[in-house]
Design a protein around this ligand. Structure first.
Ligand SMILES: [Zn+2]
Length: 480
């Protein structure tokens, strides 16, 4: 997503989360033979995710009431155990009514607001595959997930949106909710007849049920997706479907936007294939099977979010004039390579997402206008004040993860490009972007080190870890 202002009061949320994580750790320790682990224990949001298993498939059936305030759902999770387990941990904020593990009814324990554990009747060994089916019901209204400085569920004017970073899935489906985990995703969203339900991937059917009072929208994303990169929007939308360079394309624009805004938003969404081609020329083939975008009528706290194959854009995309809509489009689409195909190992590595998305978007705009990116880099060097340079971006902390990681992270990549030259830099970028998986910033730096004859130790420190501006020297990418 594009950046937003700092929220220092996040610490108020962190403290109780750490206490919950401690309680979970104590429960885990009391089961020495086959541990059940809830929460990955990652540095920023220790309660998110579940240890001991990797997801291989997620299928969600969710039904909404008439005013879209209550849901009932069933999530089917398939996975593989990566350690011996006496139960399967997952993240969900609703009460679980029933669950089965490989077809057998099992009990589910709730630890804290977001962690649930289905207790296995027979322990799982490393490598065992399993199917967990969980049924639940509740209201997503007011729920805040573990990164909970904003609510992922919003409702206005007969429309809802569930989307958010670092987490959003726990308010509407069960998942191993961690950015390093990804699996193919499918959703059947049943909504009152006359409304549309929009999600990621390919639209398989607009009405997959027999009830005239409801419509069931079936979406399938065959490529693995991390849970924070899914979304659900329900309301009234203009939907345009077509083919873009051989891929199915689907754009949706909310009826809550006034008609002129709606037209501008749809015109901007139609530029998606062009931006994809511009990014492909730098980073190799687009990594997913579908393209698209949705412009919500909800007043989102983020300008846009890189939900996989179909970013969610706020009404800002319909703004007339200026670079912002173009930058927004290029930024979110660049995330398809950087953030979605290559995922972060933990949120501490977020500069791998936001630095690349910022750099790539600036590069798209600069190439269109025939501008040099070196001017952009010099401008950042000139204009960055202490507030800009003081926070480290190599481990920015919860408070700054959506802060200077963007522009400083993007500038660090332009400085690296100056240092290595275009050919070497873009060859590395392309290879990195075309290799899917969850990797850290340290992985990226080692990746570049292996492919460069230069000693980049001082460069990495100055651009990522230091609390001051890098020296204006050629060795740090100063373009002269
Ligand atoms: Zn972003």
């Amino acid at each position: 997503m594009p950046g937003f202002s700092r929220r220092s009061w996040l610490l108020v949320w962190l403290l109780p989360l750490l206490v919950v994580a401690g309680l979970v750790a104590a429960l885990v320790a009391s089961r020495p033979s086959q541990p059940v682990a809830a929460g990955v224990g990652a540095p920023y949001y220790p309660d998110a995710g579940a240890t001991g298993w990797e997801p291989t498939s997620t299928v969600v059936h969710v039904t909404w009431n008439d005013d879209l305030t209550q849901l009932s759902g069933t999530t089917t999770l398939e996975g593989i155990a990566t350690q011996n387990l006496s139960g399967i941990g997952f993240n969900l904020m609703h009460h679980v009514d029933a669950a089965t593990l490989d077809g057998e009814p099992v009990t589910v324990a709730a630890w804290g607001a977001v962690n649930r554990v289905a207790m296995a009747k027979k322990p799982l060994d490393v490598g065992d595959r399993f199917t967990l089916e969980v049924s639940y019901a509740g209201s997503p209204d007011g729920l805040r997930t573990v990164g909970g400085f904003h609510q992922p569920y919003s409702r206005a004017g007969g429309e809802i949106l569930i989307a958010g970073e670092p987490e959003s899935s726990a308010v509407w489906y069960a998942a191993n909710d961690h950015p390093s985990r990804a699996a193919p995703f499918e959703v059947y969203a049943t909504v009152p007849a006359g409304l549309q339900a929009i999600s990621i991937g390919e639209l398989i059917s607009e009405d997959a049920d027999d009830d005239p009072a409801t419509a069931t929208w079936h979406w399938r994303a065959a490529d693995p997706v991390a849970s924070y990169l899914t979304f659900l929007a329900v309301g009234r939308f203009d939907i345009e479907q077509g083919d873009a360079d051989g891929r199915p394309a689907l754009y949706a624009v909310s009826h809550l936007l006034a008609p002129p805004e709606r037209d501008r938003a749809l015109a901007k969404l139609r530029e998606t294939p062009r931006v994809i081609r511009e990014l492909e020329s730098r980073y190799g083939p687009y990594p997913f099977g579908e393209i698209g975008g949705v412009v919500t009528g909800i007043d989102t706290w983020f300008g846009a979010l890189e939900t996989q194959t179909r970013p969610v854009y706020g009404a800002a995309l319909a703004a007339a004039g200026g670079d912002w809509p173009d930058e927004l489009l290029a930024h979110e689409l660049a995330h398809m390579w950087f953030g979605n195909h290559v995922r972060v190992a933990t949120w501490a590595d977020i500069v791998n997402n936001e630095g690349w998305a910022t750099f790539a978007a600036q590069d798209v705009l600069a190439r269109r206008d025939g501008r040099s990116m070196d001017d952009w880099l010099r401008g950042i060097w000139d204009e960055g004040d202490d507030d800009f340079w003081t926070p480290s971006i190599s481990d920015p902390g919860v408070d700054n993860m959506f802060g200077t990681t963007y522009v400083r992270g993007g500038a660090a990549l332009q400085a690296l490009r100056v240092l290595l030259g275009d050919d070497a830099f873009f060859a590395i970028a392309r290879e990195w972007a075309q290799t899917p998986g969850a990797r850290s910033l340290a992985d990226f730096q080692a990746y570049v080190d292996e492919r460069s004859s230069r000693d980049l130790t001082a460069f990495w420190h100055a651009w990522y870890a230091a609390s001051e501006a890098p020296p204006r020297e050629a060795a740090y990418g100063w373009p002269g």
